[in-house]
Design a protein around this ligand. Structure first.
Ligand SMILES: Nc1nc2c(ncn2[C@@H]2O[C@H](COP(=O)(O)OP(=O)(O)OP(=O)(O)O)[C@@H](O)[C@H]2O)c(=O)[nH]1
Length: 461
């Protein structure tokens, strides 16, 4: 079917373009997964750093990770995988000793399998994960600046350049069409229709595209416009959609620890995101630990161990492949309470036999850690891979039904021409977008800033 016919059909139905959808319908929402919503008061300033913070390591993965699968096909069988929901909760786990805090000049060279050590990329001037504010329940109808809009002086330009460079493929997709369409043209019905098609094709989704075009119709219908005017106006309209969801992830060390459950399809960047966050929290002086809850994938466990060594974050690992993730998380939380960990980042499997097995696993982790702290997890971060485009929308739908997702991290914007999907996610779910990732280094994951993202997407400074 021609693209135009396809878009016209979508428009007619008012739907988002088809993603590869899971074969089975999403499971019923888990009744006992009432949103683990915390509205922590502004958190206290963290105590002095527990140890000198290591130089930002290159977080290029030590082991190749599989590409994200479209949809939800079952993984290859692995030993120990066939666990029923009644499997014992507390599998024996092993907790690695907290690595000694690395000296400032510690050798952070990756293990032999990795590329030779690169000089540690500088994380630009402290632009910490923004202050600890309460998570929004529903995005207010307010326009832009969220707190994340105000990065520390000096560092914003560096990050914005990286963001812009990372978004370049998405930018090209959008702006080339806009430039072709609007050299100098009256904004009539036909022009608006073509603009809407351009936006849909750039993954902004039908609803957001329609909203933007209707805004243009109200304010500019019949006027002569240039491509530059259209780009600027688009950036403003996109920033307006993104503003309410650009929220930092609230971390309240007073939970001792604040537990972040990191979920998502495998390959989206969960483990890397955990490593990057661990690095950043350590730089803020927070005592941070990882739980290698993707117990089926030895490589994921190993990655976290390596990153734990590099970042000085303690790592809780399973004793054997396929060990019970809930039991591991339970033991890790108890240990974290005892040793003063302030942020506990829990990795999870992204793929089990099927969705109900995955849902059961996630629900069980939540149930079991609540035996230690009934308010945990304090954040449920869903990691989505921007390269999957509209499939990310489908994943968000399914994971929202499995657990109470409190916010999103959208990774791999650098490798994608589908960065517009962030706009579709904002419009469709209104979930806070806490972080965006534009590369594999720790500094490449940053709090999401609506205006920067919108202008970067349109190729504007
Ligand atoms: N270019 C780019 N690559 C990224 C980004 N985030 C993660 N990656 C890479 O994506 C790949 C998968 O990342 P992982 O962190 O292993 O993904 P995962 O979701 O933990 O995967 P499983 O462990 O299989 O569940 C790795 O090669 C990462 O380095 C990003 O923002 N940009």
């Amino acid at each position: 079917m021609a693209l135009r016919d396809w878009i016209t059909r979508l428009r007619g139905r008012g739907e988002t373009p088809p993603a590869e959808t899971p074969a089975e319908p999403p499971p019923a929402a888990a009744p006992d997964l009432a949103p683990p919503v915390e509205t922590p008061a502004a958190a206290p300033v963290p105590p002095p750093p527990p140890a000198p913070v290591p130089a930002a390591p290159d977080l290029a993965p030590p082991l190749p990770a599989p590409l994200p699968e479209p949809g939800w096909s079952a993984p290859p069988e692995r030993p120990g995988q066939d666990r029923g929901p009644d499997a014992p909760l507390a599998a024996p786990t092993e907790t690695t000793a907290p690595p000694p805090p690395p000296a400032a000049d510690a050798d952070l060279a990756p293990p032999p399998a990795l590329e030779p050590a690169k000089p540690a990329p500088a994380i630009p001037a402290p632009e910490p994960v923004p202050p600890l504010v309460a998570a929004p329940q529903a995005p207010p109808p307010a326009p832009i600046p969220a707190p994340a809009e105000e990065p520390a002086a000096g560092g914003r330009q560096g990050w914005f350049s990286r963001l812009k460079a990372g978004l370049s493929r998405s930018t090209a997709k959008l702006t080339e069409s806009v430039t072709t369409l609007f050299r100098k043209r009256r904004l009539d019905d036909e022009a608006l229709e073509e603009l809407e098609e351009t936006l849909i094709t750039a993954d902004l989704g039908v609803a957001a595209s329609r909203r933007i075009v209707e805004g243009f119709r109200k304010t500019r219908f019949g006027k002569e416009v240039t491509d530059e005017e259209v780009k600027t106006a688009l950036a403003e309209a996109i920033a307006e959609i993104l503003g309410p969801v650009a929220r930092p992830m609230p971390i309240d060390p007073a939970h001792a620890p604040h537990v972040v459950l990191v979920v998502g399809v495998n390959g989206t960047g969960k483990t890397t995101t955990i490593a990057k966050l661990g690095q950043q929290y350590r730089e803020q002086g927070l005592a941070c630990a990882f739980v290698a809850g993707d117990t089926f994938r030895a490589a994921a466990v190993e990655q976290l161990q390596i990153w734990g060594d590099r970042t000085g974050c303690r790592v809780h690992v399973p004793t054997k492949e396929g060990a019970d993730a809930a039991g591991l998380a339970f033991d890790a939380l108890k240990a974290a309470k005892a040793d003063g960990t302030e942020v506990l980042l829990v990795d999870t499997a992204g793929r089990l036999h099927n969705k109900s097995a995955l849902m059961e696993e996630l629900r069980k982790i939540v149930r079991v850690i609540r035996r230690v702290d009934e308010t945990a997890p304090h954040s449920v971060l869903l990691v989505l891979d921007a390269t999957t485009g509209q499939n990310a929308i489908q994943q968000a739908k399914v994971f929202k039904e499995m657990v109470s997702v409190s916010g999103l991290a959208v990774t791999k914007l650098d490798g994608s021409a589908k960065g517009g999907v962030v706009v579709a996610l904002a419009q469709e779910f209104g979930l806070p977008v806490h972080f965006v990732g534009v590369g594999e280094k720790a500094a490449d994951l940053r709090p999401f800033a609506a205006r920067d993202f919108a202008r970067g997407l349109m190729g504007l400074d």
